[in-house]
Design a protein around this ligand. Sequence first.
Ligand code: BGC
Length: 695
Amino acid sequence: MTTQEKIGQVTQLIAPDTTPEMIRKGEVGSILSDTDSKQVARLQHIAITQSRLHIPILFGFDVIHGYRTIFPSPLAMAGSFDPRLEENEAAMAAAEASVGGQRWTFAPMVDIARDPRWGRITEGAGEDPVLGAAMAAAQVRGFQGSNLADPHHLLACAKHFAAYGAAEGGRDYNTADMSLERLRNVYLPPFHAAVEAGVGSIMTAFNDLNGVPGVEDRLLLQEVLRREWGFRGFVVSDYDAVQELMVHGVAGSPQQAVQEAFSAGTDMDMHDGFYLKNLPALLEAKRISMARLDEAVRRILRAKIELGLFDHPYTAADAATAATHWLTPATRTAARVAEERSAVLLRNANGLLPLSKSLDTIAVIGPLAESGSEPLGHWYGDGDPKDTVTILDSLRRRLPNAHILVQRGVAVEGDAEADARAGIARAVAAARQAQVAILTLGESAEMSGEGGSRSCLDLSGHQEQLLEAVVKAGKPVVLLLMNGHPLTISWAAHHVPAILELWEGGSEVGNAAADLLFGEADPGGKLPVSMPRTVGQIPIYYDHLNTGRPGAMTTRYSSRYLDLPLGPLYRFGYGLSYTTFRFSNLTLSAPSMSPDSSIEIAATVTNTGHRVGDDVAQLYIRQRVATMSQPVRELKAFDRVTLQPGQSRTVRFNLKGHQLGFWDNASRFRIEPGTFDLWLGDSSAGGLHTTFLVK
Ligand code: BGC
């Protein structure tokens, strides 16, 4: 390869910045975000037939939770506590995307997020490293399959390396600053899990971590990723992040930016063309070695070979063929089941849900009932809002003979006072005439996702006023929450009898919601993230340290707020069902273990109610005394079970020594002897309790 051809391989551009001439000269190795499948095929054809070495272009796209069939957001799906469901979602999304000509997805987003103000919290698995790691690995398996060369699979990309979710104040792109102990114990495990699952690429983070922007972080890219984890794939920058080194103020010129990023280990440059423009001079001046360029090119070519791109460079099907692969009954059913398993029942006073199908008058109120676009979220792939089954569509179909009174009430945001007042009055009138009011409230897709940070997580616009007015109308109210960020809903939590968190529910949100509302499906999802009472409590997460003065309402001198009760509004791992469960018979195979052995834990879960339902058995531990403060609890394992009324099932977990260790601030992994508490239950509070010893 000529130097120019090599530099082409480390360059990723968007189609509008790519000319046929550049492709002929081998100046572009990858193109992102081109969903025009005819154009994809045309550009690929130029690369294959008219460039000197016939190297195919790698087309990449953000297939985050679906391509044409949009599944629930990753945050929602994490609430399923069902990695197999996640794996299946990723596999289906990969198959749809490859028919659109894509072979690389910028997913999974595996950033742990403990600040619900951060808009991108919706793209990841929430606050917990063990759940996050399980979901990360599942997505890698799903996207990449067992044989990457199968054209229905995509190369996955774990992002954003690292600690992007810890952006200060929840402001996107912001600084992250943390101890190595926290980085390694909390933020890195999902990346490590993705690498262990064989992820083919890694994307660096925009943010600086301890003063070092992601694209030039040698500690992460060299020490951790390559040396410790043995990662063999390639690293891509985030969009324009090489150029942004100058804005961060760590590079004084484009050449310096490229030298920093490329020599630190960022193999491919996304979008800004900085490698293309600046590597020639840097190589010439020997500020970058040819060996380093060869290494990066080799990694990228290896990925192309493993993807089978040289054998079948064209996966984009013509429109008619593609249509038979997209939004099929199978993908739609999968998206519907995914949403049913992800939704979280937050409240169900007096068993208001499930509703009877013989209702004859219902009011459907709120700005989101008829929306096809908002449930798709900010990353909706190549999805089309017209393909969404809305809440209203499905209710109409489910209750063909009922009288359905539809009132938008207010907009998600931006209504003038007078319009809101009038809308609320109409909604209240509708509620009064109905046997039950179903309210759809939450966020538009644009209110979360990238650049979607919010300082206030209350229901926006006049939605809270609408909610309170409708509740005061005196009829039973079901609140369907449709949102990207976790919201602060303290009033609703005390006054609205039934609350179902649907998150950004995807193309089948309506069908799933109707199944859940009428009891054709049982809500069994759990919160993958704590829901705060107010933003003033943020960050709030369940696996915090104990402090020297743990929060207690009985004393001022404890770790709490004077003006709030302790804890979040709804805790991590929480979620109700239409049935009830009991945990019993917690047993351990031995009272103690050594760091290199394991212990078997078993318990019985019984469905004590009258309906079939799902519960998630969650195993938490705490080391009582160690050389460093340890979290008050840490999730170690979970298992989602479906039980018939009266049925019991034994859940079993194998806890290994290495799951009990932690990283210290000198990057040493330690498993320390001592007493551990163990809880087994169905949320991050309570549960059956015992202790065991590590010797
Ligand atoms: C985002 C990435 C995304 C990339 C390409 C960036 O702005 O941070 O997550 O993969 O754009 O669309």
